[in-house]
Ligand binder design. Sequence first.
Ligand code: PAF
Length: 285
Amino acid sequence: MEHLTSISAVRERVRAWRREGHTVGFVPTMGALHAGHTSLVEAARRACHRVIASVFVNPAQFGPNEDLSKYPRDLPGDMLKLEQAGCHALFTTTPDEMYPEGFATWVTVEGLTDGLCGRARPGHFRGVTTIVAKLFNLVQPDDAFFGEKDRQQLQVLRRMTRDLDLPVRVHGCPTVREPDGLALSSRNLYLSPADRTRATALSRGLRLARAAYEGGERQAAALERVVRAELEAAQARVDYVEVVDLATLKPVAEAGDDTLVAVAAVVGATRLIDNHRLGDAFPGA
Ligand code: PAF
């Protein structure tokens, strides 16, 4: 795997691939990679001739009281995992290269970013859309791959790509879970053993909501109560439990297959998120 450390090196590499007739898949990440990320690389490998990943902990998407300084970083480990997943090139960069002195241009998606995580994390999605727009511009991939665990991010990025006519196909890939249901996340590294056990309340709540839906429950409020009860029993601090339309991310009263149950909760000191589309079987259930 080639390690590229500047914008010009990325442009040159991708241009050379294009000259050779290759299609290019892109997997943007913030590092601390796990099997969820490597599943994105594998999906990119299936869809494209060449795969490039990026590792950049993007300061612009962290709030002032968030975990930017202690966000897990392990570049040697990340490189090994990417290499083993068959990634062809890795781009790493720095805040100075991405946000040079005088940087003043932001990409904002309205509406879809108002609710769910947007409410608790003002400015977060503006940071995500700005960095992903920049990365799309400098890599110029055919296809880009994101995890469904960050479902709001995925929907926001799809909208940005459509609204700005960016010539990139955005793919969502299924959440990868631990055997006990916990969605893989770099932030799981923060959990103490006791909190790690309590963290299963998020996926358990979603699995029970899906079981209730399968059993005929259609009232959003009832489905929400099922999830809340699990979180409260595990003494997780609920940020939100919402039953929303998958396309608009707006709350619905009646659930259907294209309804998403989305949850964010703080376990110990760690904020975790998860979600499930009610029309899908819950994995492992
Ligand atoms: O999902 C992430 O890891 C980040 O939000 C992303 C898309 C790489 C942008 O920094």
